[in-house]
Design a protein. Sequence first.
Length: 368
Amino acid sequence: MKTIFPLLFLLTYFLSASHTFEPSETCKSCHPTIYKEFESTQHAKASIFEDEIHAAVWKKHPKNTKLESYACAKCHTPAASNIDALVTKHNGVVPDANNSTQMEGISCAYCHRIESIKHDWMMNINVVSKEERSYFGSLKEHIESPFHKIKTDSAHFNGGNVCIGCHSHKKNKYDMNVCSTNVKHELDGTNCVSCHMPKVKGSVSNMNETKEHTFHGFPGTHSHQDMLSQYVGIELNESAAKFDIIIDNKSSHALSLHPMRVMQLRVNVTRDGKTVALENKDFAKVIGADGNPTPPWLAKEVVQDTAVKGNEKRVVSYDYALKKGDKVEATIGYYLVNKKMLKSLDLENSEVATKFHLFKTESFEIKK
């Protein structure tokens, strides 16, 4: 009994801790395909210990330098066992790599326990069900799991709009919307899942074999970009002395959402075996104050906004006369961090921050 009592005491302590979520690794045994997709995503790597760019920004943030709080935890490590302490000001609690729950990022259990979303001024708030091992899902026909409950009555999951808890907007103390997908509530009622979690081949679980499942690789700027390229068209129009490249954004939000990112159009013309690279065109939303770029926490205005908006056809003109037989290659890609910000964030040598990420390429041959 002397040996068993301390073990029982510790077990009771951990089970009674607040904000308890099953580790994502637990889901692997029954959902191997979905887990494999999930483990390489930015959701799984959202913490400052896994996300190099987020860590660089947090290193410079005044709430970090003044040891105020890790407010970013609300969306970057929401499954942390000490989430309340992390976001509470001036208590000295900081992110801890030895806390395994903080390494979870945006875990499977966390997302599947969001029962509603509270729309708030600074940012939306996910309201998480207090019932542990009881998860929301959208699959109507399913077997009962011996490991957890399955609830299919969630309007958020069924409507595919649970994402706006974190991905709607983020304002700073100056009422500046520094990072937003949903600026004018244009995504309210929109099915985010239809584009960012499409149906793919493979079973939902090994307990209930299905022909397809909802993709949990979350196509976006970090991975699986090819799954989103169908929503952006590239066209060419030519005249006697110039030609236009038309970027057709068929999605309901801007191509470049985060203020750190820069979309770029690259155009090459090949004639008689020689290739000429025309001037690159950048598209970005720059925020700042008094007409100058600033970090998000100091921004008071939009300094410049050339981002391709939702449902927009952006025409980019080139003063270059094309000839019969010319081949034009147009490529859309992006940088996760604006080159002008690399030095201030100590990311000059970061591979992920400096890499040009290819999104889509179209080739055209001039036949007249």
